[in-house]
Design a protein around this ligand. Structure first.
Ligand SMILES: [Zn+2]
Ligand SMILES: [Zn+2]
Length: 274
């Protein structure tokens, strides 16, 4: 049976500083879920646990160092509104800082319905500016795999955990360089990491928008996800929307991915009990 798009479980509310959009409130998010007949939706605001030292971020688009919301702050959306046929879950996007520390404890993770963790928020890592393009690419590849390994060794509750946007364009300084980064990782390297991801029972997220890339670039991104399929991974979809406009085309995009990867219903990752 063809994979059914019945969920979107990575998205942000106005509480994420990079949204800060009053229109991106839980009522509006629930309406998106209901209108698209989604069984499960989950907000995953950017998060750093108070109990974990560190978490002061710098970013090229923020003038000063900043810190994501803690549990108290992201909980301001609770209780979440519910609707018949659409369950609204509470999760977080737990970040990883420049020292490759994940900003969530096991205790906090247990209190949440779902957590997504990215290894690709590499815009927060200050790489030396004097590196050649080749040296920078080598550094990024090493960091990309190291950060993935940190997630795989975190001991967090993998059954309700997703590897966020593995082909996110924050992994390098331009989309072109991101594609070169994906290319630089060999089939065997991807297979080793995806196999471990699958063995732990973690979900693999799909959300990339083909429209952001040339066909030629997109084919190279597709290679990465096809290797995940080959390794038996289970997949979920996340729009990573930060504004209501982010919901406009995502269901069509998710369906395109289902066709491209020929996903079947038994390849679905669902962290929620029915
Ligand atoms: Zn992210
Ligand atoms: Zn996100």
């Amino acid at each position: 049976m063809r994979y059914v798009i019945d969920h979107d479980i990575h998205m942000h509310s106005h509480l994420s500083a990079c949204s800060n959009d009053p229109e991106q409130n839980v009522e509006r998010i629930l309406r998106y879920g209901v209108e698209n007949k989604l069984k499960h939706i989950c907000i995953t605001d950017h998060f750093w646990d108070k109990a974990v030292p560190g978490g002061d971020f710098h970013s090229s688009d923020a003038p000063t160092r900043f810190r994501w919301g803690d549990l108290e702050q992201v909980s301001q959306n609770l209780p979440l509104p519910q609707a018949e046929g659409t369950r609204f879950h509470f999760g977080v996007e737990a970040d990883m800082d420049e020292h490759h520390v994940i900003g969530i404890t096991k205790e906090t993770a247990e209190k949440l319905d779902f957590i997504v963790v990215p290894n690709t928020h590499m815009h927060i890592i200050g790489l030396p500016t004097n590196l050649s393009e080749k040296e920078e690419l080598e550094q990024r590849k090493k960091l990309f795999l190291h950060r993935w390994n940190v997630i795989l060794e975190s001991g967090l509750p993998y059954h309700k955990m997703g590897l966020a946007h593995i082909t996110c364009d924050l992994a390098a300084t331009s989309r072109d360089r991101c594609v070169k980064l994906w290319d630089s990782i060999t089939d065997d390297e991807y297979k080793a990491y995806f196999s471990r991801t699958e063995k732990l029972g973690m979900g693999v997220e799909i959300n990339e928008d083909p429209k952001c890339y040339t066909d030629e670039q997109f084919a190279r991104i597709l290679r990465v996800l096809k290797l995940a399929v080959e390794c038996g991974c289970h997949f979920y979809f996340g729009s990573d929307a930060h504004h209501p406009a982010g919901f406009d085309t995502c269901i069509a995009r998710f369906n395109r991915w289902v066709d491209l990867l020929q996903l079947e219903e038994d390849q679905k990752f669902c962290p929620f009990k029915d």
